[in-house]
Design a binder for this molecule. Structure first.
Ligand code: AMP
Length: 223
């Protein structure tokens, strides 16, 4: 079983790398942001969750932990999974560690480190297909036809939480609540792989991740 945690600030490229990893490894991509948006679309969540997301703050640990626990118990996650956007707080990390420890499994955390100014440029230029979820960026990864999804021709949208004040709040939540989770993993002696994802195209970052994971597997075998 390969439990992978993709860790990084909003705009660090977690979604793109998660898609590439899941296609390559044949395991599911579990994005808590996508799951929450999906539930809101289907009217399953309280207005409070929707309002929290639109403000850029974090949804409560209880709501997110319960949702993830349920998702990890589905059959397709038995061979492993790529978590994108979870854990985002120490209580979430403790919850995930306990869940994995209870099954005799260990996660590998991949930290996508990206320069702050690059993050801002990426987030303000981000566009998404409302139908299939594909992400574009007006500067670095534009669609073939301006404003339309390459895959299904749907009109691309700016996510509500990609407006500038909300971006600031999301980055603030990351610094205050999420970045310390890395320290939690390190202090607990768990594996954290650092990948410099600042300047490189997604395919190159993906190669770096694969090489780092292979090196980590080899050193684990020797231990
Ligand atoms: P994302 O698509 O991962 O950027 O998530 C969008 C929003 O969903 C975040 O700004 C939070 O409001 C909420 N969210 C997603 N994942 C989590 C999580 N693990 N814990 C708390 N809130 C989350």
């Amino acid at each position: 079983m390969k439990p992978i945690v993709l860790f990084g600030s909003p705009g660090s490229g977690k979604g793109t790398q998660a898609k590439m990893l899941t296609e390559c490894l044949g395991i599911p991509h579990i994005s808590t942001g996508d799951m929450l948006r999906d539930r809101i679309r289907h009217g399953e969540h309280l207005e409070k969750v929707e309002a929290t997301m639109h403000s850029g703050a974090l949804v409560s640990d209880d709501v997110v932990n319960a949702m993830v626990r349920e998702r990890l118990s589905l059959a397709d996650a038995a061979r492993g999974f790529v978590l994108d956007g979870y854990p985002r707080t120490q209580p979430q990390a403790e919850h995930l560690c306990a869940w994995l420890d209870g099954r005799g499994k260990r996660e590998v955390v991949i930290h996508l480190a990206v320069d702050y100014n690059i993050i801002i440029a990426r987030l303000t230029g981000r566009r998404q297909c409302p139908h299939c979820g594909t992400l574009y960026n007006v500067a670095s990864h534009p669609p073939r036809v301006d404003g339309l999804c390459d895959l299904d021709g749907e009109k691309l949208v700016i996510r509500e939480d990609d407006s500038e004040p909300v971006i600031r709040e999301r980055l603030d939540a990351y610094e205050r609540q999420t970045r310390p989770v890395l320290e939690y993993y390190r202090t607990a002696g768990r594996r954290v792989i650092e990948v410099d994802a600042s300047d490189h195209p997604p395919e190159m970052v993906f190669q770096e991740i694969r090489q780092a994971m292979e090196a980590d597997d080899r050193s684990k075998d020797r231990r």
